[in-house]
Design a protein around this ligand. Structure first.
Ligand SMILES: *Cc1c(COP(=O)(O)O)cnc(C)c1O
Length: 299
């Protein structure tokens, strides 16, 4: 367990007015940045969705972001999802939103918490999830954006709509097996290490098309696109090249017309520091943490 989890009560729902206002201002600023980047790239307004990267943030902070207009959240660690999901679901339900997916097994929740959460269940086939796997306007999808260990797959399947960090065929197969056993379908993005930095997760770009094509025909998984973390450098050209390569890979996958790849449309790329480059290169989801919540006290 990450050490900060012992220092912060991530289920805390209370928030100082000044802190909530700060987060709301940040959300507006980031949404403005997204809109102006779309415009300068000549892209359709609304073609890029904002995902709030909520690691280390508590329920109160996340709800402040949702109240200010955030409509998708991304968590890195299964333990954090477990700590926050009950509070988030209940507070979202009070506002008329459903948060994430709940397959009814409720493995993430302990027995006591589950009784309260039961009213806000969303089955994957419910009307709030359209046929293309995109959630409706009243739905706030939860994505897993951090690495997933095999023994945590069951835990996250109960709560997340999409796993963005699928970086190998072996992991995809394990997720597929668990999803099929539960009779659900989980969204998947293939994470590709376009920067080649050894600290980054993600598959070798050489294998991305093969992995995506195989996922396309796996039961229990719905291939939705590709994800990458931008190069950790100051060079705009180098950062954009990585994003461009991810876009080209997506085009090759779509053009292959292989069975099950037609939904491989998302490009999850761009964070606080490089979202404008990612949007210029075709990003459809930007994952922003610091820009919304400020610097993290803990990694
Ligand atoms: C933390 C994180 C982000 C957001 O990073 P910021 O620089 O804080 O915006 C995006 N993607 C992943 C995978 C992350 O872990």
């Amino acid at each position: 367990m990450a050490s900060y989890m012992e220092h912060r009560d991530l289920a805390n729902e209370t928030i100082e007015t000044s802190r909530a206002r700060q987060i709301a201002d940040n959300v507006r600023r980031v949404l403005d940045r997204v809109r102006s980047a779309e415009e300068s790239a000549g892209r359709e307004p609304g073609s890029v969705r904002l995902l709030a990267a909520t690691k280390t943030r508590d329920v109160g902070e996340i709800m402040a972001a949702i109240d200010a207009g955030v409509r998708m959240i991304g968590e890195n660690r299964p333990q954090e999802i477990a700590a926050k999901v009950e509070g988030l679901r209940r507070l979202c339900a009070e506002r008329g939103f459903t948060l994430g997916h709940d397959d009814g097994v409720g493995e993430v929740l302990d027995a006591g918490a589950k009784a309260d959460g039961a009213a806000v269940k969303t089955a994957p086939e419910s009307s709030s999830v359209a046929a293309n796997g995109q959630s409706g306007a009243d739905c706030i999808p939860v994505h897993l954006i951090g690495q997933l260990q095999t023994n945590k797959i069951g835990k996250v399947l109960s709560a997340v709509d999409t796993i963005e960090s699928v970086n190998s065929l072996a992991l995809a197969e394990r997720i597929a097996r668990r999803a099929v056993a539960r009779g659900i379908e989980v969204g998947v993005l293939v994470e590709v290490n376009e920067s080649g930095e050894s600290s980054k997760s993600g598959c070798n770009p050489k294998n991305a098309i093969d992995i995506a094509t195989r996922i396309g025909i796996m039961g229990g998984l719905r291939l939705q696109g590709l994800m990458t973390i931008g190069a950790h450098v100051d060079d705009e050209y180098a950062i954009r090249k990585g994003f461009e390569r991810l876009r080209n890979t997506r085009e090759l996958i779509l053009e292959s017309k292989a069975p099950g790849v037609e939904g491989c449309t998302e490009l999850s790329m761009g964070m606080t520091g490089d979202m404008q480059y990612a949007i210029a290169e075709g990003s459809t989801i930007v994952r922003v943490g610091t820009g919304l919540f400020g610097e993290r006290e803990f990694v």
